[in-house]
Design a protein around this ligand. Structure first.
Ligand SMILES: Nc1ncnc2c1ncn2[C@@H]1O[C@H](COP(=O)(O)OP(=O)(O)O)[C@@H](O)[C@H]1O
Ligand SMILES: [Mg+2]
Length: 383
C-alpha cells in the first residue's frame, strides 16, 4: 500500500472473530474500511459488526487463502493459526501483517524466548526439556510451559518437587525458573512498516488466582519513573528484534529485586490494552489498523488514569448468558461497559469488560471493584 493507494474501499481481513477482532473491526469500520472476518463460529462477536464472515477454522488452508485473496491486507486477533499457507501467500506478495514468519516464531514460546535471550533482552532462566532427567537437573520449584498452543494459563504449570514430575505436561515443553514476582506489567507496542515504534504506558496486570487469568489492568502502573523508563526501553528493543508490523502485547515481570524480565509477547492486540479504547488518544485497535495499512501511527498518550476489569462467566453457570447488575454498574461515573455478544457462557469465559476512568487511579480501582462485585454473567443452565 503506497502513498497513492485509495483508502476509500480498502478491504481488511481479520483472522479470528472474538472480542479482539470485534473491536478491531469496529475501529476499521469507523475509518470506513470493509472488514472480512475468518472464524469457525457463526455469529461470533466480530461477525456481528463486520461486512463479511468467512466461516472456517484457523488451520483451514482454503479459507485462509480465500481471506487473503479477497482483501488488501490480512491481520490477526490470535496467534494459533496455520502459517504454512500464509507464508506462501506472503512470499507471493500478499499483504499479511505481522508477517507469518513472525507469527510462526512467536507461536513457539521456547523459540520466542531463545531469540529474545540471544539478542540481549532479559528473560527468566529457561531450558529445553527432552526428558525427566533434564527436568530434575534444573531443580525445583520450576515452571513448565508447553511450547505450542498455550493461552490464558493453559499450558503453564508449577512443579513443586520431584514428586510432581508424574503430573507434568506430556507435550513438547520447556522449563523456567519460578520468578519471585513483585508485579506483572505489560506494554502495548505498535510498529509500522517504516519501522517506527510507539509504546503505550506501562500497565499493571492483576490476576484471578483461581484460574490464572489476568482479570484487571491498571493504567498507569504504580511503579517509579526509573522502572517505567527501563520497561519502555526493553519493550522497544524486543519489538525491534522481532521486526513485525502491527500491535504487540509485551508481558513483563518486575521481580522483588527490581529486575525487569520479558515473559512473553503476543503479536496482536492484547487484553492488557483494552483500556486504550477509552483512556488513550488512539486505541490499540485503531493503531493496528493504521500500522497494517501503512498509515501514520497515532498518539499513544494516556488521557486519563483507568482500570479495566474482565467480566468472566460466573462459576456454576453455562448456556445462554444473562447479565445481572447492569443497571447498578452503569450508575458508576466514568464507567464504560463492553459486552462481546458471545452466545454461550461458561465459568471464567471472557464475556465482556468494563473500563473505569478517574483522575485518581486508586478511586478508579475502587469504582472498578464495585462494578466487578455487582456485574455477574449467569447462564441459562446451572452446573
Ligand atoms: N517463570 C515464571 N515464574 C513465575 N510465574 C510465572 C512464570 N511464567 C509464567 N508465570 C505465571 O503464569 C502466567 C501465565 O504464563 P504465560 O507464560 O504468560 O502463559 P499464557 O500464555 O497462559 O499467558 C503468568 O502471567 C504468570 O502469572
Ligand atoms: Mg501470558
Amino acid at each position: 500500500m503506497n502513498k497513492d493507494f485509495n483508502y476509500s474501499g480498502l478491504k481488511i481481513g481479520i483472522i479470528g472473530g472474538g472480542q479482539l477482532g470485534k473491536i478491531m473491526s469496529q475501529k476499521a469500520k469507523k475509518m470506513g474500511f470493509h472488514v472480512t472476518i475468518l472464524d469457525p463460529t457463526v455469529n461470533c462477536p466480530a461477525a456481528q459488526v463486520s461486512d463479511k464472515h468467512i466461516v472456517g477454522g484457523f488451520y483451514d488452508k482454503e479459507k485462509l487463502e480465500q481471506l487473503v485473496q479477497e482483501t488488501d491486507v490480512t491481520t490477526f486477533e490470535l496467534e494459533h493459526i496455520d502459517t504454512s499457507i500464509l507464508k506462501e501467500l506472503y512470499d507471493n506478495g500478499h499483504n499479511i501483517h505481522p508477517s507469518p514468519y513472525v507469527m510462526e516464531l512467536i507461536q513457539n514460546k521456547y523459540e520466542q524466548k531463545k531469540l529474545l535471550d540471544e539478542k540481549g533482552i532479559p528473560v527468566p532462566l529457561y531450558k529445553d526439556v527432552k526428558s525427566d532427567e533434564d527436568l530434575a537437573a534444573f531443580g525445583f520449584p520450576v515452571i513448565q510451559k508447553v511450547k505450542l498452543g498455550g493461552y490464558d494459563g493453559k499450558g503453564v504449570q508449577m512443579l513443586k518437587s520431584q514428586a510432581d514430575i508424574k503430573n507434568c505436561l506430556e507435550t513438547e515443553s520447556f522449563i523456567e525458573e519460578l520468578v519471585d514476582i513483585d508485579k506483572e506489567l505489560a506494554v502495548i507496542v505498535a510498529r509500522n512498516m517504516e519501522g517506527e515504534i510507539k509504546c503505550y504506558p506501562v500497565v499493571e496486570m492483576l490476576f484471578d488466582e483461581r484460574v490464572n487469568i489476568c482479570d484487571s489492568v491498571m493504567a498507569p502502573a504504580r511503579i517509579s519513573k526509573e522502572i517505567e523508563e527501563k520497561c519502555i526501553e526493553i519493550c522497544t528493543k524486543s519489538i525491534q528484534v522481532l521486526g513485525g508490523v502491527g500491535i504487540f502485547g509485551v508481558e513483563l515481570f518486575l521481580t522483588k529485586k527490581g529486575e525487569i524480565l520479558v515473559n512473553e509477547i503476543a503479536p496482536r492486540p492484547h487484553n492488557s490494552g483494552h483500556y486504550t479504547v477509552e483512556a488513550c488518544a488512539t486505541s490499540q485497535f485503531e493503531q493496528i489498523i493504521r500500522a497494517v495499512t501503512n498509515l501514520p501511527l497515532g498518539s499513544t498518550k494516556l488521557i486519563s488514569p483507568s482500570v479495566m476489569v474482565n467480566i468472566l462467566g460466573e462459576e456454576g453457570y453455562e448456556g445462554e448468558p444473562f447479565i445481572d447488575g447492569i443497571h447498578e454498574a452503569l450508575e458508576i461515573p466514568e464507567l464504560s461497559f463492553h459486552f462481546y455478544g458471545k452466545s454461550y457462557t461458561k465459568p471464567f469465559r471472557k464475556m465482556g469488560h468494563i473500563t473505569v476512568l478517574d483522575d485518581d487511579i486508586d478511586k478508579a480501582l475502587e469504582k472498578a471493584m464495585k462494578a466487578k462485585d455487582v456485574l455477574k454473567i449467569k447462564g441459562s443452565k446451572k452446573i
